[in-house]
Design a binder for this molecule. Structure first.
Ligand SMILES: [Zn+2]
Ligand SMILES: [Zn+2]
Length: 80
C-alpha cells in the first residue's frame, strides 16, 4: 500500500464544482421588475455542501495498492 497521490492520503479531494466552498452562487434575473439581478447561494449540487468529494482513486481510504501504480507497464510486452 502506498499513499494515494491523487488526494495525498486524505481520502478526499476538494470539490471541483464549487471549488471547495460547498456553495454555488446562481444569478436570477427578475423579469417582472426592472431586470435586477438577484444572487442566490445554494448548496453545491455535486458535493451537497460537504466541500469535499470522495477520492476517485483510493475511494476514501487514502491508500492505493502498489499494483495500481504500475499501470505504465505495457501488458502487451512487445518483444519483437
Ligand atoms: Zn461542491
Ligand atoms: Zn485518494
Amino acid at each position: 500500500m502506498t499513499t494515494c497521490q491523487q488526494c495525498g492520503g486524505q481520502g478526499k479531494i476538494k470539490c471541483g464544482k464549487c471549488g471547495g466552498t460547498g456553495q454555488l452562487q446562481i444569478t436570477e434575473i427578475e423579469t417582472v421588475s426592472d431586470m435586477s439581478q438577484t444572487f442566490h447561494t445554494i448548496l453545491c449540487t455535486k458535493c451537497d455542501g460537504e466541500r469535499w468529494q470522495l477520492c476517485p482513486r483510493c475511494y476514501g481510504s487514502g491508500d492505493v495498492h502498489d499494483n495500481e501504480t504500475s499501470d505504465v507497464f505495457d501488458p502487451e510486452g512487445r518483444d519483437t
